[in-house]
Design a protein around this ligand. Structure first.
Ligand SMILES: *Cc1c(COP(=O)(O)O)cnc(C)c1O
Length: 354
C-alpha cells in the first residue's frame, strides 16, 4: 500500500472535529474488526455499547447509534413532533443555523421557533414567551424545546438552569431535547453525573456526540422517556442512518465509555481552552467574546488582526457567535497553543492603533 500522510500535520484549532480518533476508540474498532459479526445492530458490540450508556446514565434508556449529529438531532426532534408542531430553540443553535433544514425536513415540516439569544442559551422566560405568544389554530403548535449542552457559543447550562427550563417545559406540556454534540465537555465542566445533567433534571432525549469527543464518527440518541422512542428504528432506517456494519459505530463507544476516555478527553479539551484563554488574556486589542466554560474560546479582534493571523496560516471560523472561534480537542497540543498565542500577540501589537 502507498504511504499516505495528512499534508497538514500542524495542529489547527478551527474545530474540535479536526482531531483524529483517540486510542481507546481506535482499539475498540480494531477489536471489532476481528472476524465476523451479525449486521444491522444485532451484534454483541452494539448490545454492550447500549448497556455502557445505561450504566453511565444509571437508567434503562433506549439507545440508538447514528452517523452524525444532524441526523441524531433531526430524527430525535421528529420523533417528538407531528408535522404541524413547532420546536423552540435558540437562534444560535446548530438545529437552526447549521443543519440545512434537516429538523424540518425529517419532521415533515415541524417549524423551528428561534428565540434571540446573545450567549446561545435559552431561558424559561424566552420559552414561555414563544410558547404562549399565540394559541390560535394558525400558529404552529409548540411541542418541544431543544437546548445545546455545551452551547455553540462555548457556554454551559448550570444544573439549576436545566432544571428551570425542564420545569417550564412540563408546565407548558413540551418535551425537552438536548443537543449534546459536546455533552462530555459540559459534564467535565460541571462535574455532575450524566444522570443529573439529563433525566434527573427533566431531559427527555439526549443526542450524545462522539465525533468531537474523539471518535471517527457517530452519535448516540438516548431516550429517557422510552415511549418517545416508538418506531425510532424505522426512522433511522428510512433516513439512511441504519448502519449495516453497526458494530463499527457502536464498538468505539464501548472503548470510550468503559475506559472513561469520554470524560478524560473532554477534561483535556476544556483545560486547554482555559490555558489558551490565560495565554491570550493580556494581549492588547483583543478580548474574549464569551466566558470560557467548555472547550471553546471566542476572540474579538479587529479584521486587521484576524487577517494577519490568517496570513500566518491559522484557520478559524468567524461565522459562529460573531467572533473568531478556537476549539480544543482530546489531543490539543499546548505547544501549538503557545505558537498560536504568540502569533496572535505579534499580529495584535503590529496592528495599527494598538
Ligand atoms: C457539531 C455539532 C453537531 C453535529 O454536527 P454534524 O456535522 O451533523 O455531525 C450538532 N450540534 C452541535 C451544537 C454541533 O456543534
Amino acid at each position: 500500500m502507498t504511504e499516505f500522510a495528512n499534508k497538514d500535520l500542524l495542529q489547527q484549532f478551527a474545530s474540535d472535529n479536526y482531531a483524529g480518533i483517540c486510542p481507546e476508540a481506535w482499539a475498540a474498532m480494531e477489536a471489532a474488526n476481528r472476524g465476523h459479526a451479525t449486521s444491522y445492530g444485532d451484534d454483541p458490540w452494539t448490545a454492550r455499547a447500549a448497556d455502557a450508556f445505561r450504566s453511565l446514565f444509571e437508567t434503562d434508556c433506549e439507545v440508538y447509534f447514528v452517523f452524525n449529529g444532524t441526523a441524531a438531532n433531526s430524527l430525535a426532534l421528529a420523533s417528538l413532533c407531528q408535522s404541524y408542531h413547532s420546536v423552540i430553540c435558540s437562534d444560535q443553535s446548530h438545529v437552526e443555523t447549521d443543519e440545512c433544514g434537516a429538523p424540518e425536513f425529517f419532521s415533515n415540516g415541524s417549524k423551528l421557533l428561534a428565540a434571540a439569544s446573545a450567549d446561545g442559551k435559552l431561558t424559561p422566560a424566552a420559552i414561555h414567551e414563544l410558547a404562549t405568544r399565540r394559541h390560535d389554530i394558525h400558529y404552529p403548535k409548540p411541542r418541544a424545546v431543544t437546548i445545546t449542552q455545551s452551547t455553540e457559543t462555548g457556554r454551559v447550562y448550570t444544573l439549576k438552569e436545566v432544571i428551570a427550563i425542564a420545569g417550564e417545559c412540563r408546565a407548558l406540556g413540551l418535551s425537552l431535547h438536548m443537543d449534546g454534540a459536546r455533552f462530555s465537555n459540559a459534564a467535565a465542566s460541571l462535574r455532575s453525573s450524566p444522570a443529573e445533567l439529563t433525566w434527573k433534571s427533566g431531559v427527555d432525549v439526549l443526542c450524545f456526540g462522539g465525533a468531537k469527543n474523539g471518535m471517527a464518527v457517530g452519535e448516540a440518541v438516548l431516550f429517557f422517556d422510552r415511549a418517545l422512542a416508538a418506531d425510532f428504528d424505522y426512522r433511522c432506517k428510512q433516513a439512511g442512518q441504519l448502519a449495516s456494519k453497526m458494530r463499527f459505530l457502536s464498538a468505539p463507544w464501548v472503548g470510550m465509555l468503559e475506559s472513561g476516555a469520554w470524560l478524560r478527553n473532554a477534561e483535556h479539551a476544556n483545560r486547554c481552552a482555559q490555558q489558551f484563554a490565560l495565554l491570550i488574556d493580556a494581549i492588547p486589542g483583543i478580548k474574549l467574546a464569551q466566558p470560557v466554560e467548555a472547550n471553546a474560546v471566542f476572540v474579538e479582534a479587529s479584521e486587521e488582526i484576524l487577517d494577519a493571523l490568517r496570513k500566518r496560516g491559522w484557520n478559524f471560523y468567524t461565522f459562529i457567535g460573531g467572533a473568531a472561534r478556537f476549539m480544543f480537542a482530546w489531543d490539543s497540543d499546548p505547544r501549538r497553543m503557545e505558537v498560536l498565542s504568540r502569533d496572535l500577540f505579534e499580529c495584535a501589537t503590529a496592528a495599527k492603533g494598538v
